[in-house]
Design a protein around this ligand. Structure first.
Ligand code: MN
Length: 501
């Protein structure tokens, strides 16, 4: 499992292309410059993973060997390619034909400005990314290779931000390939959109989906030490306001201790199995007296993927999104479109779930409360209650169309609720979908988008699209420019594209 402390083991390889035409001094200079760029990127503090400079590549054999090593390496999440000089791209074809790692083509050059007074043909021959990069780009396009293209001087913040975001996507792919999703119970009975083909998911994304009886979790709960419960309850008091009835000495303190025991047991179960995400369902709680509420909230905040109702696709997608969000300000959560506030162009959606929204999106300090849950027939569950942060964010989902997966992304503007909601006992966020609710929900429904989503103000639209590209799945965007008709057209074109290939 990729966590923040494991990042130091992972790397992105920086591969520089050239050729022998210019002589050994030029190749030495090329390697020198590549190392300086890599050192600059690593020193910038902007890149979430170590970038490693590889020797300059000048032959088809060396290129293929380097790409094969990258694919075989357990710690290489992707390759950045850069053409310092011209590098005839027929020699790149064999490697690109079998490309098995994410690739970013960095279209930059070592110098930013032209040295106007001294520029001569030697300088021109050394610094010809402007056409070397085009030659390389043609080879990748000729082979229809999915890759990211980032253009600009490598020292610019905007360029480094693009590289950093792509690195996070590459890490999310590596994490998904090694991912394991634990499911306690099956999907919610009769629900369609949360279903899907687990074998297809294994083929496309790499993660495995593994079912467990909720009794396996109960067995872990029986092993939890009182001292650990004590420690986690203390953490709750540090991080959250706690309702008086749940505090030590309060009438319902035992319910808080039970929630802590659930959290400790779940974390231990996930760690022991190397799981990266999990699902629960209110329809299968044998041996549990509460539906886990606070526990998924806490584990999501730690970076685990989660979804309710057995929805393993969303759990896995949330985990990938947590990796794509690494080191960025803001939050990322499991979400569900719950209810509408119709008000013309300003119509909004109130998003929430029965209990399980990640505190990373909270506007203030969450408050732990206990309230009845109308379904499931168990004891009242404990949950953290809060309002989501206002600002630009997006909802994204992945559905299984039978012959392929489709990602759907909707840009939203989260807003402060215009009124208190004193009787609503769950975490929630209110947003205005782009371009407005009529278009956004209409287009979303035409696209078959689920009610479960990943909600994030960290993962960018571009990152979601890049994640879709890396897995060769469809991505439908509903943003300010979208109309229902434009999305319907995109759905039809994409259907033709994916079925003709
Ligand atoms: Mn749900």
């Amino acid at each position: 499992m990729i966590s923040h402390d494991k990042l130091s083991d992972l790397s992105i390889w920086f591969v520089t292309g050239s050729q022998h035409l210019y002589g050994p001094e030029v190749l030495d200079q090329v390697y020198d410059d590549a190392q300086k760029i890599v050192a600059g990127l690593n020193a910038s503090g902007n890149i979430p993973v170590r970038i490693v400079a590889k020797p300059v590549l000048t032959t088809a054999h060396a290129i293929s060997q380097t790409f094969a090593e990258a694919a075989a390496s357990a710690d290489c999440a992707g390759i950045i390619t850069w053409m310092h000089t011209f590098s005839p791209s027929q020699m790149w074809l064999p490697a690109l034909q079998t490309l098995a790692v994410p690739m970013l083509h960095l279209h930059t050059q070592y110098n930013a400005a032209i040295p106007w007074d001294t520029i001569d043909m030697d300088f021109m021959n050394l610094n010809q990314s402007a056409h070397g990069g085009r030659e390389f780009g043609f080879a990748a396009t000729r082979l229809d290779v999915h890759r990211k293209v980032v253009v600009g001087h490598w020292s610019e913040d905007a360029v480094q931000a693009d590289i950093a975001d792509w690195c996070r996507v590459a890490l999310a792919r590596l994490d998904a390939q090694q991912g394991r999703i634990a499911r306690f119970g099956d999907n919610m009975r009769q629900v369609a959109v949360t279903e899907g083909n687990k074998v297809s998911a294994r083929i496309v994304f790499g993660y495995s989906v593994e079912g467990y009886g909720v009794g396996d979790l109960v067995a872990y709960m029986d092993q939890v030490a009182d001292s650990d419960v004590q420690r986690v309850v203390a953490e709750y008091h540090d991080l959250f306001d706690v309702a008086a009835e749940l505090q030590s000495g309060g009438d319902r303190h035992e319910s808080l201790r039970y929630a802590a025991r659930q959290e400790i047991a779940l974390r231990a179960f996930l760690q022991d199995g190397g799981f990266t995400a999990f699902t629960t369902t209110f329809e299968d709680l044998h041996g549990l007296s509460q539906l886990p509420g606070l526990a998924p909230q806490r584990l999501m905040a730690e970076g685990y993927g989660f979804s309710g109702e057995g929805d393993w696709k969303t759990a896995a997608f949330l985990r990938a999104s947590k990796i794509m969000a690494m080191g960025k300000p803001g939050g990322t959560s499991f979400m569900e479109d719950y209810t509408y506030n119709f008000a013309g162009r300003d119509s909004t959606v109130l998003g929430a779930h029965m209990l399980e929204i990640c505190p990373s999106i909270a506007a203030g300090r969450p408050r732990i409360e206990i309230h009845p849950l109308g379904i499931g027939g168990k004891d009242d569950p404990v949950r953290a209650v809060f309002d989501g942060k206002p600002g630009r964010a997006r909802n994204a989902t992945i559905v299984d169309l039978g012959d392929r997966f489709r990602m759907i992304i909707n840009e939203v503007e989260a807003v402060a609720a215009p009124h208190d909601m004193p009787n609503l006992p769950v975490a929630r966020v209110l947003w205005k979908p782009m371009p407005d609710l009529r278009v956004a929900a209409g287009a979303w429904i035409h696209a078959g988008g689920a009610h479960h989503t990943v909600y994030s103000d960290q993962v960018t639209l571009e990152q979601f699209r890049d994640f879709a590209d890396l897995h060769d799945i469809e991505a439908i965007v509903i943003d300010e420019q979208a109309s229902v008709r434009s999305v319907q057209d995109a759905l039809r074109w994409n259907a033709a594209y994916f079925r003709l290939r």
